[in-house]
Design a protein around this ligand. Structure first.
Ligand code: SAH
Ligand code: DHB
Ligand code: MG
Length: 228
């Protein structure tokens, strides 16, 4: 890593700590989720602490009563989002990996959220199609965070599970600037690029993206509001 890059990452890490110390109180359930995930060697791709708080705030501002999370991992993001819900609210979270789901279940139990969070094991597209067939009540808030290749499908299916006012947020849409680098053409980046193009062209939503930096990398969120 070159010196300029090293200095930047240190500064971003220091600001990460600064924000976390100010706005993210110590919390045994969230810490437990991170510890069990690390111990089980889950990939460290959970949202960061203040990103979790940020998503929670968005869901609260939306007044979300029904949340869908696509990509559970160890349940860290699920805990943040479920705590945005009012009494009687529910969160459905979708995970394809049995081992991730097992760890998430334990973390969700430890957080006392087992009655609020339903974890659906299986391919997220399959579960979403099932929700559509079942005419499940639309979600107020949808967080897309699973395999990047499938983001276009998650958006299309997510729209079918939305109503006017639904907020759709997608993680990892910048990927160190790979998103608009024509030399980067792997399946993940093509999925994200296609998703961004769909989002921009979709007349039923108003949307934008925001780039972020932190100790892990330069990345970003897309955010959309369903308007018709
Ligand atoms: N939202 C989580 C992080 C999710 S990481 C958090 O912030 O804590 C992405 C997860 O998506 C991984 O656990 C991975 O197993 C899962 N995943 C990947 N492909 C999937 C698919 N097709 N269907 C459902 N889940 C999938
Ligand atoms: C990575 C980060 C994520 O938030 C994710 O969902 C997948 C991968 C990463 O940094 O590799
Ligand atoms: Mg992510």
């Amino acid at each position: 890593m070159n010196l300029a890059r090293w200095i930047s990452i240190n500064k971003w890490a220091s600001v990460d700590n600064y924000i976390n110390n100010l706005f993210v109180p110590q919390d045994s359930a969230l810490e437990h989720a991170l510890q069990t995930s690390a111990k089980a060697n889950l990939p460290p791709v959970n949202v960061t602490p203040y990103q979790g708080k940020f998503l929670q705030l968005l869901a609260q501002m939306r007044g979300a009563r029904n949340i869908l999370e696509i990509g559970t991992l160890g349940g860290y993001g699920s805990i943040w989002l479920a705590r945005a819900l009012p009494e009687g609210g529910r969160l459905a979270t979708l995970e394809a990996d049995t081992r991730h789901a097992e760890i998430a279940r334990e973390n969700i139990c430890f957080a006392g959220l087992a009655n609020i969070i339903e974890l659906h094991l299986g391919l997220a597209t399959k579960t979403m199609q099932l929700f559509i067939t079942e005419k499940r009540e639309p979600f107020d808030f949808i967080f897309i965070d699973a395999d990047k290749e499938s983001y276009p499908q998650y958006f299309e299916l997510g729209l079918k599970l939305s109503r006017i006012g639904t907020c759709i947020v997608a993680d990892n849409v910048i990927r160190e600037g790979a998103v608009n680098n024509p030399r980067q053409n792997g399946p993940e980046i093509r999925g994200i690029r296609r998703f961004m193009e769909l989002l921009a062209a979709e007349s039923r939503v108003t949307a934008t993206a925001i780039q972020t930096v932190n100790r892990k990398r330069h990345d970003g969120f897309a955010i959309a509001l369903v308007t018709s």
